[in-house]
Ligand binder design. Structure first.
Ligand SMILES: NC(=O)c1ccc[n+]([C@@H]2O[C@H](COP(=O)([O-])OP(=O)(O)OC[C@H]3O[C@@H](n4cnc5c(N)ncnc54)[C@H](O)[C@@H]3O)[C@@H](O)[C@H]2O)c1
Ligand SMILES: O=C(O)C[C@H](O)C(=O)O
Ligand SMILES: [Mg+2]
Length: 607
């Protein structure tokens, strides 16, 4: 299967331009049926068009007199919003970055709360500028300040106090159909720790990416907060804190709440997909194990991140001008043995085993956590980390708990990958030590979020490890001017390049579960997306501007994998047999045709 990755894309440009033109010219959404009239419509962001309601619609829907008389076109409304946004940007240029980011978030959030069609259109068209606001890194700041920022509810909250009520509570959600649910319990929000109920910002941001990148209809998404308490003392004492003021539920009590939630959502929406996000490690692994063969679910931090990292590792080889078969000879140091680090290291090892086939893989993986290098001598060794703990004779003379600097100096890794959540641990000494890497083009992946928690900045990486490195970070950094006419390219190694396609593909296939094969197909598709000349420049991942196209491709790859594994039950009118007979191109077209795009549709009232 991995051999396909080597067949690099020739026709990518043609397909990309086809996508752009089809969206701008031919997208037609069916009419919107509403069951309400008058002011209720204006207060419903799913249907509201503000001044965009035509005169006939105003008559038909009881809106006459409730709006100023002038009818504005979608383009006029769009331009008006963007002009106001740009002028705010101009006038806040000298203000502190965090306060400007929050102002931008507030402006976007107000539009989100008022008119979703316009909101998603500005988001899609300006994804490069707006993703850092509605997603990482600003979403982290929003979560930290959530209780103070809260104005209107979005999504659903299931709390420790709702035990026994969830089966009926799910019917409080106003949408008959839900395709995509993102749930968190707020216990590990980015690298910011336990933020309790305030973590709801993460599911909201992830689902915004689902709409923007995967074209999931915003009327069919559901952000969920499972509030089982918080162990964050500061929040428990905060008089504005909006969550349940009690320590987190643990053990069976905790699992009983998650079980009840899963049963409830799948009983109302049997075809929904649930993405687990930002759960602390023990529950991330346990819930994945518990539900993955029973429900359509996946854990983005474990599985989505692993695929994105693997695509980056393979891209690095291409950037070094080496054949992918050399992957099995790489030396990779993974810093952070949590849900993300362990997901990455497992997937990296599985890929090597697949590539090596019957022969032995000589991929060398070193795993560190807060206590340094993990060896078999580690006391209370986590069973999930055990397969990667170095045994006697494998440590290259390093001791249990050896520091990151010692490890890098001794191992001279080809790749240094951080998922520790600790800002700056790839310090000057560590980065300088990477100059002695055994690779001519070493890679540094500082994948922790948000920006302040990145293991190093892009600038430091190029400054201390050399201009020749390949660099990727989880949160966006600007490209680095190397002051010799050259640019150090910054990649964003973020699971946003995979999770929307995993969800979209699962939905379009109507897959019963999300299998390893489907996840491998997604990673492989991302790995092969970039053109040779891009990769040579150290560009491993697509620009976020093309995220809709990447997601369609990843989605189609996931559909085909589900079909091949006989997991696909079909979607809507398209049954499993039709899916089976689709060519690769037809599958891609099928996925694209089903992606929602924000344009105003006629609104029709039905009692
Ligand atoms: N870029 C992405 O797509 C992506 C995806 C998932 C997670 N992340 C980020 O990765 C980070 C970790 O996420 P997680 O879910 O694995 O968290 P986690 O809490 O489960 O794990 C963190 C791990 O880092 C280790 N660690 C802490 N301090 C360390 C130190 N000084 N040196 C070495 N290791 C140290 C801990 O021992 C633990 O093993 C977060 O910042 C998260 O935002 C990024
Ligand atoms: O949310 C992100 O930006 C990526 C990832 O899921 C994380 O937890 O950091
Ligand atoms: Mg996450």
């Amino acid at each position: 299967m991995w051999r396909q990755v080597a067949r690099f894309r020739q026709a990518a440009d043609v397909r990309r331009s086809r996508l752009m033109s089809s969206e701008s010219a031919t997208v037609v959404n069916g009419p919107c049926i509403v069951h309400k009239r008058g002011a209720d419509i204006l207060h419903d962001p799913w249907f509201n068009k503000d001044t965009g309601f035509t005169l006939t619609e105003r008559n038909r829907l009881g809106l006459r007199g409730l709006l100023p008389p002038r009818v504005m076109s979608f383009t006029q409304q769009y331009n008006r919003f963007m002009e106001a946004y740009r002028s705010m940007e101009e006038s806040t240029k000298c203000q502190p970055e965090a306060s400007v980011s929050l102002t931008k978030w507030r402006i976007l959030n107000r539009l989100h709360d008022r008119n979703e069609t316009l909101y998603y259109r500005v988001l899609i068209d300006n994804i490069k500028s707006f993703a850092p606001i509605i997603y990482t890194p600003t979403v982290g700041l929003v979560c930290q300040n959530f209780s103070g920022l809260f104005r209107r509810p979005r999504g659903m909250y299931f709390s420790a106090k709702d035990k026994g009520e969830m089966m009926s509570m799910v019917y409080n959600w106003p949408s008959q159909e839900v395709d995509m649910i993102v749930i968190t319990d707020g216990s590990r929000i980015l690298g910011l720790g336990d933020l309790g109920v305030q973590g709801i910002g993460i599911p909201i941001g992830k689902l915004d990416m689902y709409v923007a990148a995967a074209g999931i209809n915003p009327r069919r998404i559901l952000p969920v907060m499972l509030d089982v308490g918080t162990n964050n003392e500061k929040l428990l004492e905060d008089r504005l804190y909006l969550g349940v003021r009690q320590p987190r539920l643990e053990g069976e009590e905790y699992l009983a709440i998650v079980d009840e939630f899963m049963e409830a959502v799948f009983s109302r929406w049997p075809k929904a997909i649930v993405q687990f996000e930002d759960f602390q490690m023990k529950w991330a692994f346990e819930t994945l194990r518990r539900y993955r063969t029973k429900f359509r679910m996946f854990n983005d931090d474990i599985q989505g991140t692993a695929g994105v990292a693997l695509a980056g590792l393979l891209g690095t080889l291409r950037a070094q001008g080496r054949p992918l078969t050399d992957y099995v000879h790489q030396k990779i140091v993974v810093v952070g043995a949590g849900s993300a680090g362990l997901g990455v290291i497992r997937t990296a090892a599985q890929a090597a085993a697949r590539m090596a086939g019957n022969s032995e893989s000589s991929l060398q993986l070193f795993l560190l956590d807060k206590d340094g290098l993990i060896t078999k001598e580690r006391k209370n060794l986590d069973p999930a980390a055990a397969p990667f703990a170095k045994g006697p004779g494998e440590t290259e003379g390093l001791q249990e708990g050896a520091s990151l600097l010692e490890v890098v100096r001794k191992i001279k890794p080809h790749v240094l990958l951080g998922l520790s959540g600790v800002g700056g641990i790839f310090n000057e000494e560590v980065l300088r030590a990477m100059r002695d890497s055994d690779s001519t083009r070493p890679a540094i992946f500082a994948m922790s979020n948000p920006t302040t928690n990145a293991e190093c900045t892009a600038e430091d990486a190029f400054k201390y490890s050399g201009e020749n490195i390949v660099f990727a970070s989880g949160s966006p950094f600007k490209n680095v001017d190397l002051e010799n006419g050259k640019t150090g390219h910054v990649n964003q190694a973020n699971n946003m390049y995979l999770f929307p396609g995993i969800g979209l593909g699962t939905l379009m296939a109507g897959a019963r579960i999300i299998s390893d094969g489907m996840l491998h197909a997604a990673a492989e598709c991302l790995a092969s997306y970039m053109r040779e000349e891009e990769v040579e420049q150290g560009i491993l991942y697509p620009c976020i501007d093309s995220i809709r196209d990447v997601t369609a491709e990843v989605g189609a790859a996931v559909v085909r994998a589900a079909v091949a594994e006989e997991l696909a039950e079909g979607h809507g009118e398209v049954g499993p047999v039709q899916l089976l007979h689709m060519s690769k191109e037809e599958t891609l077209e099928y996925v694209r045709q089903n992606m929602w795009f924000p344009i105003y549709s006629p609104v029709v009232h039905e009692k």
